[in-house]
Design a protein around this ligand. Structure first.
Ligand SMILES: C[S@@+](CC[C@H](N)C(=O)[O-])C[C@H]1O[C@@H](n2cnc3c(N)ncnc32)[C@H](O)[C@@H]1O
Length: 334
């Protein structure tokens, strides 16, 4: 779930009714009551990273500007079973008017980044939030389904979790979760001791600064060494914070772009492959983004800004590098 889906109200129907939730591996988890969080999905056995947990078509999808009335009209067109499935979902603003819109705000996921459409996925909607999630959701436009992949080891008895927020220091996360989704987060990360939260917050504040600096195109062009160094530091923070979601492939893609812009095909290829692998972990082999990365692995020169400068021109990875030596070369630390 993302804040844009939650901030957007429902309207007309763009997709017709679809069969009720189709779990890819229903034996992997069960629906259970979770203290302080309502219901949630709990792993029935140990699950390895990269496992497809759910692939689910939307019960229906609605544009963000939809009204309560539009939603009511649309609901009446759905089979009774679908109506019941929708109405049984959690409403984080129960009693605060507009019940149908509030169920949508509590449970909808956007159909892809920046999409104006929110989809209702009855099974995925049962996955609670964690500030350190063990799963990642994504819209697969080719399949017309929302997927959820495990991105970390999940122990038997552990809850499956997604992040409803883009991440950041605890005060920011908690404020946004309260404001947009109406709950005080009780995830494992928010339950850490104050000392641990302080350490984590310091790292995550630094992560925000680094992320902003890496996104500065002029800096990437003028001082690529500094930008690549920032990527390296940010990756270390992600490792310390055990971040395993889409931030990882995005970071490798940033490193790819820096190298490609300055004509370093050798490093660009390695970063493109790491980005692809991390993307597959989060979204599976059929992910459109993973396919785009696969094309860039084959030929980094396909990147639109490839070769803006010739500063780092390099064709091939030097032979005989592995382990620490490879990492040092890759991040230009030698
Ligand atoms: C999309 S629903 C998730 C499934 C829901 N628990 C249920 O019973 O259907 C989102 C709601 O779950 C609860 N929730 C999810 N994650 C939580 C968390 N980390 N801490 C406390 N409550 C949480 C909140 O009530 C939130 O509005």
């Amino acid at each position: 779930m993302s804040s844009n889906a939650h901030n957007s109200g429902p309207t007309a129907h763009t997709l017709g009714p679809t069969p009720l939730n189709k779990a890819t591996s229903p034996q992997l988890f069960t629906l259970q009551s979770i203290p302080g969080q309502g219901k949630g999905l709990v792993a029935s056995r140990a699950i390895t990273p990269g496992t497809l947990l759910i692939s689910e078509a939307p019960l229906f999808a609605i544009p963000s500007a939809a009204s309560e009335r539009d939603l009511a009209t649309h609901l009446r067109t759905l089979p009774k079973e679908s109506q019941r499935a929708f109405l049984s979902l959690h409403n984080s603003r129960a009693g605060a008017g507009e019940p149908l819109s509030n169920i949508v705000r509590t449970n909808a996921y956007p159909l892809g980044p920046g999409s104006d459409l929110g989809g209702i996925f009855p099974l995925i909607a049962r996955i609670n939030h964690s500030c350190r999630p063990n799963a990642q959701h994504a819209w697969n436009g080719n399949e017309g389904e929302e997927t959820v992949y495990a991105v970390r080891e999940i122990k038997e008895g552990e809850q499956l979790s997604l992040s409803y927020h883009e991440g950041g220091p605890s005060s920011e996360r908690r404020k946004a979760l309260k404001e947009f989704f109406g709950f005080d987060c009780t995830c494992e990360m928010c339950g850490m001791l104050k000392d641990q939260i302080d350490i984590s917050d310091e790292r995550l504040r630094r992560a925000k600064t680094l992320d902003k600096a890496i996104g500065d195109a002029r800096r990437v062009r003028m001082t690529p060494d500094a930008a690549l160094k920032d990527c390296r530091e940010l990756l270390r923070i992600y490792e310390e914070e055990r971040v395993a979601d889409l931030r990882v492939p995005r970071l490798y893609y940033d490193a790819f772009q820096i190298c490609a812009m300055h004509s370093d095909k050798a490093r660009a290829k390695v970063f493109a492959e790491r980005s692809r692998e991390a993307r597959v972990m989060c979204e599976g082999e059929k992910s459109e983004e993973a396919e785009i990365m696969a094309a860039l692995v084959k030929d980094p020169a396909r990147f639109e800004n490839f070769g803006t400068t010739k500063k780092w021109k390099l064709e091939k990875v030097p032979g005989g590098l592995d382990g620490i030596e490879l990492e040092k070369w890759l991040w230009r630390e030698t």
